[in-house]
Write a protein that binds this ligand. Structure first.
Ligand code: GLC
Length: 445
């Protein structure tokens, strides 16, 4: 690996973002736009902090388990006390659920299962005695979470977890989810509002557009549909087994299951280190996930896609998630080769500021809109992890350098134009800063 020039000032600025977003034991994604705690954000934050302050990184992980439900579920959000915001808490009302924790309010859905990966990274950075204690503490909670994922979200034992809302997938408004969402039967008032373009009045009720230009955020129509779906799954207690197939959006999500495959491997490594066993029922599911990811491959286009969990059809709209199965070394050598060529294609993913969340030749590509085109540092980090896993060291170096150059030039934005590098969304975004710290250091020890 070629070493990058030492940039202590850059690292210091990244650390400053994490310090100003710190809220005691945990870190919010951004002070204005995202004042609460998010599941996979805290995992990326912990991965970065492991490089500079392993004890704080361990607290970041521990703080996530405040929100763990008695059934094992880790929610995608834990609400910060004392922050008034329209909607969020009211959507969920987690305190109505017997399984939800009593002392914090949370959402009732999950997010990509990165905690085991982050815990492994944090443990590697902790000094000897603390390391064992940390792993002993988090291991049973992580196992509970993975058990919940398979018990409640892989009802047919296919090896792939089904998501019930786009907010669970992390890449919220990527085209596959938004297409399926548009196909969902909508209530009359929403059909009317869409038809007569009344959705434009929604802007008076939105809080996100106070901080970010509307064209960089989800459209009002996508946003409303997501709210309708949240309301609908609430009527069924957010339980997959109770959701009516016809009016739900059920997807075997690609990015989520790719993270699950690599997280399962982390969990097995942690078990190995602690000399503890994971029950065979669960490890059988782990192996199924690796095999089942291969069912998401489309030979003709040479890409992976998510799958509609009801019809079994691949949702063939390309996104950056196609590269994520590389993290768990799932693709065969031939498939990995095709993916590397695809990544390097200047008309699709290898733009001036790669890697766009949606390839530039796609009809859905939108340069500045959220998950419909911009480059995000967490997905770049995941692509780099995947390239490293398959030994593409030159490309690892190249993408790592380009990602760091982009952030150094534009600041710690939430996302960036893949075409001209302009930063969009929230400023001083925590995972951009944290993963900068990780990328600056090179491969994990
Ligand atoms: C947005 C992103 C999601 C992230 C959250 C907080 O909703 O789509 O992935 O976790 O913001 O940063």
């Amino acid at each position: 690996m070629t070493s990058l020039p030492a940039t202590p000032d850059f690292a210091r600025r990244a650390q400053r973002v994490l310090d100003s977003n710190r809220r005691g034991d945990w870190t919010c994604p951004s002070a204005d736009l995202y004042p609460h705690q998010w599941l996979w954000d805290s995992c990326f934050i912990a991965i970065g902090l492991a490089r500079t302050d392993p004890q704080r990184a361990a607290s970041e992980i521990r703080s996530l388990f405040r929100g763990q439900w008695a059934n094992g579920m880790l929610p995608n959000m834990i609400f910060a006390p004392g922050i008034r915001d329209l909607g969020s808490r009211r959507i969920w009302q987690s305190n109505r659920h017997a399984d939800a924790p009593r002392d914090v309010e949370t959402s009732c859905i999950t997010q990509p299962p990165v905690p085991a990966v982050a815990s492994q990274r944090v443990a590697q950075a902790l000094p000897g005695p603390e390391r064992g204690a940390f792993l002993v503490e988090v291991f049973p909670k992580l196992v509970d979470y993975h058990r919940w994922l398979y018990r409640e979200r892989d009802l047919h034992h296919r090896g792939l977890v089904t998501l019930i809302h786009p907010w669970e997938c992390g890449l919220d408004t990527t085209p596959p989810w938004m297409r399926e969402l548009r196909r969902m039967p909508a209530p009359w008032w929403l059909r009317l509002a869409l038809r007569y373009r009344l959705t434009r009045f929604i802007r008076f009720f939105r809080t996100d557009t106070r901080f970010t230009p509307p064209q960089e955020r989800p459209t009002a129509a996508d946003g409303l549909r997501m709210l309708v779906l949240a309301r609908r799954i609430k009527d069924h207690d957010f339980e997959l087994r109770r959701l009516p197939r016809a009016s739900s959006v059920l997807i075997e999500d690609l990015a989520f299951n790719a993270f699950l495959a690599v997280a399962n491997q982390s969990l097995e490594a942690i078990a190995g280190e602690l000399e503890l066993a994971i029950e065979p029922e669960l490890t059988v599911s782990f192996r199924k996930t690796e095999a089942a990811l291969e069912e998401l491959w489309d030979e003709e286009s040479g890409q992976y896609y998510p799958r509609n969990a009801v019809t079994g059809e691949l949702i063939k709209l390309p996104t950056v998630a196609t590269f994520l199965p590389l993290m768990a070394e799932v693709p065969s050598a031939e498939r990995a080769d095709r993916l590397v060529k695809l990544l390097h294609d200047p008309d699709r993913y290898w733009t001036k500021f790669p890697v766009p969340s949606v390839p530039t030749d796609s009809r859905q590509f939108d340069d500045d809109r959220y998950w419909k085109g911009p480059t995000w540092v967490n997905t770049n980090w995941a692509v780099i992890e995947g390239l490293r896993a398959i030994g593409e060291t030159d490309l690892v170096d190249e993408l790592r350098r380009r990602t760091l150059d982009l952030v150094e030039r534009e600041g710690f934005s939430e996302y960036f134009s893949a075409l001209n590098g302009v930063g969009f969304g929230a400023d001083d975004f925590s995972w951009t800063a944290a993963l900068t710290l990780d990328l600056l250091e090179g491969p994990a020890r």
